[in-house]
Design a protein around this ligand. Structure first.
Ligand SMILES: NC(=O)c1ccc[n+]([C@@H]2O[C@H](COP(=O)([O-])OP(=O)(O)OC[C@H]3O[C@@H](n4cnc5c(N)ncnc54)[C@H](O)[C@@H]3O)[C@@H](O)[C@H]2O)c1
Length: 352
């Protein structure tokens, strides 16, 4: 009788040993016996060493290329600040690794384009952690949308607002490191979730207005303190995306805005036959002036990060699981850039 050959666990490395690497990436990888975290790299070596010790990882580095060469990972998670996503993803792909990159894909659409092309050239998986689309809510709405339950959707409203939620850690208020403020950090999540549910319809043009009213004045909130004198990103952006179909997607996003709720992260869809809310998934219409529920989840699915990581790893292992891939990452980055460009020039920006 033939004995089953044991398959060696896939080797995993992490770049950027901060809070998302810890809470999302390392904690997911640790759940799988078919993966082994072998190395971690951070520009602060002591941070990489502490992370390695805490997560039982053999190698700690402050040099990405040396880590890729010595640790020979199969999979790399890129969790560094936005500005470094491009160089870290490209280095990992060039080294023959599959890559899970934190959002946003990069700083510019040109970079996101090169990244997807490199993944294609190398025959490797490039996924982005747009985790909200992996919620059971988003998956359910996507199915309803595909089945035509809403009819033609002509108004989508994506909201990513915080009353006072400027991140008090990292470099989230630094434009040179992040590429922007709430749009590229949290608005991008609801933008991706909305586009996913809609099925990535073709865009005609975008318009946006951005503001910097409170981030440079206030200094503490829900996520700690920040230095208002070093606040160089927008604190609010309100945009409209017009699709080729004529339908509209409105996006409101802010780190700090005088709203009643502490935070609003949701998307609503208005179609000819029905409307829907994303979190929790709810599809409804009107019958003689009364709200009529067609589909409803009781609670929003909170396991989104886990599902996003799982989709990536299962995809790498050859399962037919959808991921947030390089092509969709490029489209989202293109929309973000166009919204910023519109806010800067005060006019519509065409998408070709
Ligand atoms: N998907 C999500 O919901 C989510 C949540 C939080 C953060 N993020 C993304 O994850 C990334 C990191 O965010 P965070 O909150 O973990 O930040 P963080 O500041 O906690 O961690 C970033 C880490 O990267 C390290 N670093 C900086 N420059 C580096 C370089 N050149 N090479 C290697 N390491 C470097 C820092 O020392 C730090 O330890 C950002 O792109 C952010 O947008 C995504």
């Amino acid at each position: 009788m033939k004995s089953a050959t044991a398959v060696a666990p896939l080797r995993v490395a992490i770049i950027g040993a901060g809070q998302v690497a810890e809470k999302v990436h390392a904690s997911y990888y640790a759940t799988r016996s078919d993966l082994r975290m072998v190395a971690v790299c951070d520009s602060r070596l002591e941070q990489a060493q502490a992370f390695a010790a805490k997560n039982d990882i053999g190698g700690s580095y402050d040099d990405v290329r040396l880590m890729l060469q010595e640790a020979q990972p199969d999979i790399v998670s890129v969790c560094s600040p936005n500005r470094f996503h491009f160089e870290h993803v490209m280095a990992a792909l060039e080294a023959g690794c599959h890559v899970m990159c934190e959002k946003p894909p990069a700083m510019t659409p040109q970079q996101a384009d090169e990244m997807r092309q490199m993944a294609r050239k190398q025959g490797k998986v490039l996924a982005y952690d747009f985790h909200h689309r992996f919620s059971l809510d988003a998956q359910l709405l996507r199915k309803n949308m595909q089945a035509g339950a809403l009819g033609e959707v002509y108004l989508t409203t994506a909201t990513a607002l915080r009353r006072s939620g400027v991140p008090g850690w990292g470099v989230f208020t630094n434009k040179a490191m992040q590429g922007g403020g709430p749009l590229i950090d949290i608005g991008i999540h609801m933008l991706d979730a909305a586009m996913f549910v809609l099925g990535f319809p073709a865009v005609r043009r975008v318009m946006a207005h951005s503001f910097q009213k409170l981030g440079t004045v206030k200094q503490s909130g829900q996520f700690g303190e920040w230095d208002p004198t070093q606040y160089t990103v927008e604190d609010a952006l309100f945009g409209i995306i017009e699709f080729q179909s004529g339908g509209l997607l409105r996006l409101d996003t802010s780190f700090v805005l005088n709203i009643a709720e502490q935070s609003q992260m949701n998307v609503s869809f208005c179609g000819e036959k029905a409307g829907a809310t994303l979190f929790p998934a709810h599809v409804y219409n009107d019958v003689d002036g009364e709200l009529h529920t067609l589909v409803q989840r009781e609670q929003a699915d909170d396991n989104r990060h886990f599902r996003s990581m799982e989709a990536f790893v299962n995809h790498v292992q050859g399962e037919p699981v959808a991921i947030a891939d390089g092509d969709q990452g490029f489209i989202i980055q293109q929309l973000v850039a166009a919204l910023y460009a519109s806010a800067e020039k005060g006019d519509w920006v065409e998408i070709c």
